[in-house]
Design a protein. Structure first.
Length: 411
């Protein structure tokens, strides 16, 4: 039976996509999200093909039938409607991947952080448009997507290649949702990028902490004191290096003894609370005379409006002898302090969930993450952060490794 306007309007989404046929190969595809798309199946030289005719209600039933009639005329004249459409689009410059990608970017950028907005645009312009930008989006094939990803992969940028694949897939999904394309050529290409062997960040062993802490204490002098205090605060809070380097004075609640890092500065885009130990507050107090007049706690020496470089702390750690080249000393990097703290705290017996929360690792429960997740286990974390600071102090002063069983969390 042919479709009616009443029947189309009354059609509701189901748990799966389904079709409502109108005859002559044309049907209305109703998606799970409620969107309705006109499609036309036909055969050309024995090969089955599908043509997108638009989105309902922008394309009415009457208009869709007119398009079907034109398609039949082309077939009767020995022409493939898909090829004819492609040539028309090329001539008019319609629905090029570049144009659709910019529409997708504009559509989504309001929900992204500024940094992500800029990164996505750069990825499109530097790594994708060269191969796909000039093509109509519905002409792009899986093989073209793979070739684009492989070109990025060939320069050793596996993480970028994976994001390129994800971005192309998202743009093409947007094209399908807008009725511009009939299918997504990247929908089945998850996992095509080579996997990089996981390499854990270089970190200190617990047994190396006393010597490292004493060496750090002697790392001072002109141009070094700010770096030394940055490393001290990184050890005491074990936040990510970028979170520390971007720390702003306005983020610190000294009365509440907490550092509140906004969601837009966090890797997982959730606000993060860092309870401040007595020792952490002492370091911050010393910083006031050095950088209190700036927005950043740790500004760059060259430009006080920009944050300290990650390499500044890394080079300092290497100068202390922890570059992996000296016998009896591990290689250490700023990010590695997180692993050291996690290892000690887990071995001590603190609540693993509280440790994970303090590390600001990803929360897989989306409902929990959306509300007060940033404050979970806050009292436990206050106790834990003070224990950690005291533990570091005791080892620095004594120069010895303190057995952790004597500092059990439930003593």
């Amino acid at each position: 039976m042919s479709l009616t306007n009443t029947g189309i309007k009354a059609a509701k989404p189901r748990s799966r996509n389904y079709k409502m046929a109108d005859g002559g190969g044309m049907y209305l595809l109703i998606k799970k999200n409620g969107r309705k798309y006109w499609r036309l199946d036909y055969r050309f030289r024995g090969k089955r093909k599908t043509l997108a005719l638009g989105v309902y209600p922008e394309v009415s039933l009457k208009h869709a039938r007119e398009k079907r009639r034109k398609v039949r005329t082309l077939l009767e004249n020995g022409q493939d409607p898909s090829d004819v459409r492609k040539e028309e689009k090329r001539a008019k410059g319609e629905n090029l991947f570049r144009d659709v990608a910019y529409l997708w970017w504009e559509h989504n950028k309001g929900s992204w952080s500024l940094g992500h907005v800029l990164r996505v645009r750069k990825r499109l312009e530097n790594d994708i448009f060269q191969d796909l930008g000039h093509l109509p989006v519905d002409e792009i094939t899986p093989q073209m997507v793979i070739a684009t990803v492989r070109r990025v992969e060939a320069r050793g940028a596996l993480d970028v290649a994976s994001r390129v694949n994800q971005t192309i897939r998202a743009v093409c999904r947007f094209a399908v949702q807008q009725g511009i394309a009939a299918s997504n050529p990247a929908s089945e290409l998850s996992g095509i990028v080579k996997r990089r062997k996981v390499q854990h960040r270089a970190s200190l062993l617990r047994e190396e902490l006393p010597q490292f802490l004493r060496a750090l204490e002697s790392y001072s002098g002109r141009g070094r004191l700010l770096t030394q205090r940055a490393i001290k605060l990184l050890l005491l809070t074990f936040v990510r290096s970028g979170e520390l380097r971007g720390a702003r004075w306005e983020e610190f609640d000294f009365e509440g003894r907490v550092w509140r890092i906004s969601a837009d500065r966090m890797k997982m885009r959730n606000e993060h609370l860092v309870p401040l130990s007595r020792q952490a507050l002492e370091v911050i107090e010393l910083l006031k005379d050095m950088t209190g007049r700036y927005e950043l706690l740790f500004p760059s020496e060259r430009d006080r409006n920009r944050e300290m470089s990650d390499n500044t702390m890394r080079r300092a750690i290497f100068k202390l002898g922890y570059d992996g080249m000296q016998e009896g000393k591990s290689k250490a990097v700023p990010h590695g302090f997180r692993a050291t703290a996690s290892s000690v705290l887990n071995e001590t017996g603190f609540n693993p969930d509280a440790i994970e929360r303090q590390l600001a690792h990803k929360e897989h429960n989306s409902v929990r993450a959306a509300y007060t997740y940033h404050a979970r286990y806050l009292d436990e974390r206050r106790t834990m952060m003070q224990w950690w600071a005291d533990y570091l102090d005791e080892m620095r002063v004594s120069g010895k490794v303190i057995p952790i069983f004597s500092k059990a969390a439930n003593d």
